[in-house]
Design a protein around this ligand. Sequence first.
Ligand code: M6R
Length: 615
Amino acid sequence: MCGITGYIGSREAAPILIEGLRKLEYRGYDSSGIALLRGNTMSVHKKKGRVSVLADEIQNHPFHATTGISHTRWATHGGVTDANAHPHVSSDGDFAMVHNGIIENYEYIRNFLLGQGYTFSSQTDSEALVNLISYHYNKRTGENTPNRFLEAVRKALLHVEGTYGIAVISRLAPGEIIAARKGSPLLIGVGKNEMLISSDVLGFAGRANNVIYLDDGQVASITPDNCDIITIGNKQIECEIKEIDWALENADLGNYSHYMEKEIYEQPKALEDAIRGRISDDNSTAVLSGLNMSPNELRQIDRILFCACGTAWHACLVAEYLIEKYARIPVEVEYASEFRYRSAPLDKNTLVFVISQSGETIDTLEALRESKRKGFRTLAITNSVGSTISRESDGGLYQYAGKEVGVASTKAFTSQVIICLLIALYMGRMRDLSFPDGKEIVAAIKSVPQIASKVLELAPMIKETAKKYSKYDDFLFLGRLSEFPVALEGALKLKEISYIHAEGYPAAEMKHGPIALVCPECPTVIFANSEDILPKLVSNAQEIKARKGPLIAVTDSPKAFEGIADDIIELPKVHDSIKPIIATIPVQLLAYYVAIERGCDVDKPRNLAKAVTVE
Ligand code: M6R
């Protein structure tokens, strides 16, 4: 949610900042801006629109500087205008700041500053903070304060309620950038006699191999060859420099048209990487040392709570089916944003799992913190090595799915589900799941990458189907058991990238209301891969047909839908445990091709951003 880049060194800053913004554009893309500093002169440009608009503007107004900050925005407070774009400049013109997050008490700060003679030119919360920094800097006039700039930022932040990742420059202190974070990720890339700042490691690609992760409540003073970190409470912090594993961060589009397409096709590899080294054939179980819990501790668990948002929440719902079925442990699934604010009673032997592709989603992070605060063991499944969630959890499992750039999550979902299946297998084998049953699941898990490749071969057929259905504005998605979350995920994919209204339901629930929507203008996608309940699903399909609803069946029993469904996407027959993974791939493709048909911007859907770091 919003991208920040910063540079201080000896090279021309503008091209480096623009390059970084392009890499971060998937985090927010409604407007962008840059502030450059040469000696005591500052140059600021901000433009509504994509980063390319800003890049053109900079070309037309070249300004040579070796220090600068920049931002690509996802609007929270204030509409999408040039004035509301970042950086924001204090009304005295001395400070420029880029900000991710929300300053909750900005009105109070703004009113105070108006009384002090400051003026405002945007409707943003951020502008209050940059003026407050100026206020604290000027309050110390005449004092011989060492680190006056750093101190002004620190003092201002003491008065801020809300979340922030910020980078600030000042024409009164040209040799440094001040960065700080609370609730919004911020990283410092360490180069040779140069430093970079970014809200995502991707912003450093090709520029730095080492990184310092700022933690919440930390403020850094960054010069070309040094980084001093203190806490907001003014305690010195030792800088820890870590090496970036670029193999996990590769984000080249290659020959694909969109990241979403690329990531759909990367699923066989992502699934392979998720299970690599995590299976014991000898014991027909999983090997999950990342959980940091002994078998004895795991056997004490009476209940598991899963928290996440969006697609990751759908993965949690699949986990509920898998873990309850194979490990016989009661599972509950909560929206992370709800869990945080309600008083859910948790038994003492509850294990909490959070799932987050980005590892930065604020709602999920706060759910993790809340459960830790309450003393629960909290584990994470995340795709982002070094992310805040990975660092703050007690243990967990990395997905190793490779960078996911497409705003619509695809490979992250299937890889989260396979990891949940590994957990179900592992915890099941500690309890009642027999060796032969475990062996069947192990074989199924190992077969997933290859089956996923086979299902991807359906793409040309699904593309044709998409052409036929792209004209509709409403869709229903129906599934039962572990394919109910797949129905939710299919509906989410379609609405995110093609702006079609789509709803997912448990198939049998349809009769309790949603059937009122069924008509020739509202197609239904029905998942039917469970033999036990196939007749029930066929009946649901008949009910749709009787009401003249167009119907697509995603099924491994195509014969059962002949003469009922208008289109059939035939899936291979696979073990029950992996059905939700296999059934998801065709609807990702369907959503992708429908969006293309409708001329939508697949990788940058309106109103969305990849990592949601505001509440
Ligand atoms: O990074 P996270 O997995 O925590 O993200 C959670 C949701 O914001 C995310 O899954 C969102 O729903 C996607 N746009 C879905 O495609």
